[in-house]
Design a protein around this ligand. Structure first.
Ligand code: PLP
Length: 597
């Protein structure tokens, strides 16, 4: 029985093993008579109808199922617009607030026979959620029908491209009054106001909270399932029905991931989710944040190129630039203070700068770079801007909308959010990200699909976590600043922070990490940390569990005190990542630990 069904599906649609399994489940659900009817129908279709959707995963619904198109889907066909974007097969943007790309923007293959339009009614029952696009493609094919059984690729491309939506207009709404409370009361779940999207028809996914839950999955995952959650596709390779299909793939008429290093449907759902939150055309997920930044720099800065970066940053990023790129690739580097716009300008004037790479906020002093300003300055000199937005998350800051070319996240932190999975991602335009993707396919550093699932699950609660962490951190920063045993607090939400105005302009929340200096030396600070009961002493940040570390020990212990001072790392500095524990418990814990000093 299983073999028969599997063979039948393979012949009829060229679907993969996943679909075979679902087909078995589907057929077992049906009665005998229905099965016979089905088989007859299959037989009819088998000859000439091949239709694979989204990476070779045709949607197969039992005929007894009702069409359950999502609201966006059902109205989507009215919203086709011509943006001039071409379907690239890798773009993974997402329909937001009435926009529509049907979730078919990637890995979309349609192969229709001449009598496709007649057959559409049969297929429509099973592919109801794809019908809008199918009709457009059919129309497009009919208009361009040259008698071949396979429509020419450009017809498919243009239909798919028509489903793309411009999201460039999205702009952060800035809080001109510099009023913290306004930021916290932002009714967009701490997300940026989507003013640029106002022109688009409102739908059920208008805030980052809803987008975080549904993007990349509900309207667009390329995996056949009626499950609410996205399945983990554990495979190393993707098979082809026959050699012609493989040739079609090689010549761009058929899309597949081919090999696990080049892509995975679970990971692609995740990438679409991040693209939706970052308002990016596309996203590439990699095995870690460091993998993301190193591949990015290798791909975008050629031998002999010049990088500008900032003094305060994750130490391993600086080590990669100074100890690997500079000596081995003949690359030169200028290191500026995050607020040093003149320094940036003169670096651009004096060098052929390929890339300005900076965190914002930075690690560990949470310095903020004026993303809009530096982007303008860099672009006027032809340099790309990459913002490592790990401390901000896509909810507190939209670096691309502010003008950056690329935003990078160590997803290990807030995006995963549960201290249980490592990964990193790069979002931006297809043009730029494809250069990085190409090298990534060679270098490896692939995210495991199980890890992709954990990220997808983590992101569903990102907005509530961030809301809580923003609020706890801001309140604790104020309490710490007023405490006699604390000499300085570094938190961009405080007016005392050197980049507070910039943060107010470009962020809608300031994150869950607060850095502060204890009134004392390395040992007093150590004593404070050891007296804390709730946070783990550990590297990393952004998860549900609070984490505390003393950077002088955790990240710079191999250096002398003077060596540490050269990087601005003070012995009394504490970096506290507020988790999701109750605010009053955290406050009591910090106060009791300070009382021991
Ligand atoms: C700002 C920043 N970027 C990148 C990274 C590297 O990320 P990962 O640990 O996922 O490799 C880190 C790690 O702490 C970080 O703090």
């Amino acid at each position: 029985m299983k073999t028969t069904i599997r063979t039948s599906r393979r012949k009829s649609s060229g679907d993969n093993v996943n679909n075979d399994y679902l087909e078995i489940v589907r057929v077992l659900r049906l009665g005998k008579r229905e099965r016979e009817e089905e088989e007859e129908e299959e037989e009819e279709e088998r000859e000439d109808l091949t239709m694979a959707v989204a990476g070779g995963f045709a949607r197969v619904l039992p005929s007894s199922f009702e069409c359950r198109s999502d609201p966006d889907f059902s109205t989507g066909s009215e919203k086709f617009n011509s943006t001039g974007n071409r379907f690239t097969g890798k773009t993974n943007s997402f329909p937001i607030c009435g926009s529509f790309n049907s979730g078919l923007s990637s890995s979309l293959i349609f192969r229709f026979p001449p009598n496709f339009v007649r057959q559409l009614s049969i297929k429509a029952r099973r592919n109801c959620s794809n019908i809008g696009v199918a009709q457009v493609v059919a129309a497009s094919w009919s208009n361009n029908n040259n008698g071949n059984s396979v429509p020419n690729v450009s017809a498919v491309d243009s239909a798919a491209a028509a489903t793309e939506i411009e999201i460039d207009e999205v702009k952060a709404v800035v809080d001109v009054n510099g009023d913290n409370s306004k930021i916290n009361n932002n009714n967009n779940n701490n997300g940026v106001q989507l003013s640029g999207l106002a022109a688009l028809k409102a739908s059920f996914l208008c805030s980052d909270g809803s987008i975080a839950v549904h993007a990349g999955e509900r309207l667009g995952r390329g995996i056949v399932t009626d499950g609410i959650t996205t399945p983990v596709v554990n495979t190393t390779a993707y098979w082809f029905k026959n050699s012609d299909e493989l040739i079609d793939f090689k010549e761009g008429r058929y899309a597949s991931f081919e090999y696990g290093r080049y892509g995975n449907p679970t990971t692609e759902s995740l990438e679409r989710k991040i693209s939706a939150l970052e308002r990016a055309e596309t996203t590439l997920f990699l095995a870690s944040g460091m993998c993301a930044s190193t591949v990015l720099m290798f791909a975008l800065v050629k031998k002999g190129g010049h990088i500008v970066t900032t003094t305060d940053c994750y130490r391993k990023t600086r080590i990669f630039i100074q100890d690997y790129l500079v000596p081995n690739m003949d690359i030169t580097v200028t290191v500026i203070d995050p607020a040093d716009i003149d320094g940036l300008q003169s670096a651009l004037d004096q060098n052929n700068v390929s890339l300005f790479f900076t965190e914002s906020p930075t690690n560990p002093y949470l310095r903020c770079v004026d993303i809009e300003l530096v982007s303008k300055i860099c672009h006027s000199k032809g340099a790309l801007v990459c913002i490592d937005g790990t401390f901000a998350t896509p909810l507190n800051q939209k670096a691309l909308s502010l003008g950056a070319d690329i935003v990078l996240n160590s997803a290990t932190k807030y995006i995963g959010g549960h201290n249980d999975v490592i990964g990193g991602c790069i979002s931006g335009s297809e043009e730029v990200v494809s250069k990085i993707r190409k090298l990534h396919h060679v270098l490896g550093g692939v995210l495991n699909p199980n890890a992709a699932y954990l990220f997808i699950r983590g992101i569903k609660t990102l907005h509530v976590r961030i809301k809580q962490q923003n609020s706890t951190a801001l309140e604790m920063a104020k309490i710490l600043e007023a405490h006699p045993k604390i000499v300085r607090v570094h938190y961009p939400g405080l007016p005392s922070h050197p980049d507070h105005d910039i943060a107010m302009q470009q962020m809608t929340g300031f994150g869950g990490v607060v850095s502060f200096e204890v009134d004392g030396d390395l040992h007093t600070t150590k004593k404070f940390i050891d007296a804390l009961k709730i946070p783990y002493i550990a590297p990393s940040f952004g998860g549900c569990e609070s984490i505390v570390d003393q950077p002088a020990i955790m990240s710079y212990w191999d250096l002398t005190q003077d060596g540490r001072a050269m990087f601005g790392i003070k012995d009394n500095l504490v970096r506290f990542s507020f988790g999701l524990e109750d605010f009053e418990d955290l406050k009591a814990d910090i106060l009791q630990a300070l009382a021991t000093l």
